[in-house]
Write a protein that binds this ligand. Sequence first.
Ligand SMILES: [Zn+2]
Length: 228
Amino acid sequence: MSKLQTVLHAAFLFDWLRYAHFSGPSNTNRVALSFDDGPNTDYTKKCSIYSKGIKSRQYSFDSGHALQLSEQRPGQFDRIRSAIQVGGHEVGLHGKDLIPTWQDRIFGTMTEEDMAEGLESLKRLSVCSIKLFRPHYGQAGPNILHTQKLGLTTVLGTLSRMIHPAKPADAQIRKYQDTQPGDILIFHDGITVVWADTCILDILPTVLQQLLAKGYALGTVSKLLSGS
Ligand SMILES: [Zn+2]
C-alpha cells in the first residue's frame, strides 16, 4: 500500500467510526436482527416463516438481487414484499454483489450516483421508505459519506457477534449465545458471488429461541437506534 493509500484509508476509517452504528442503547432489553444479501429465492421467505412471531426485522437488500428476482420470479418477489409490509419489517440498501479487491474493501465500490440509483431502484421495488445502508463486506471508503448526503444511516452491526454465514451451525449458534442488550446481529439470508452458502436455515430457529428465552425484545435496527 502506498503512503497516499495509507493516509486515505485512515481518513476513511475515521469516517467509518464517526458515522457508522455498531450497536444501539445497552440500557434496554432490545436486540436488532438484520439480514444481508437478499432477497433470495431459497432463503428470504423461509427466514420470514421461521421468525413469524417476531414483529419486525431489518433486511439489507442488494438492489441488483431485488431487480433480478422481481423480473425472473415476480410472484415470489411479490410474496416477499408483502411479507415485509405485513410484518412491519424494514428494508435497507446493501451494495453491489461483486468479488471485492482489497482496494474495494478500503475505498468502497459505489459512487454517489450508484448509491442514489440503487436507493431509488430499491424504493420502487420494495415500496418501502429506506433509511439504512449496510455496507457489503463492511467496506469502508466514501460510501459512508455518500450515505450521509442521501440521508441514510450506516449500520455495521456488532463486530464481536459477526461470523461467516457458512461456518458450521454449532459455531454460529455459540457465537449468538453471547448476545448483549443493544446488539445488532447481522445474519445472511442470501448468497453472493463470494459466499455461495449460508447456514441461516439451520441456525435461525435455535438462535431465535435462545434470544427470546433470555427475554430480549427483537426488532428492526431503526427501532433499536431510535429507542422507540
Ligand atoms: Zn453482503
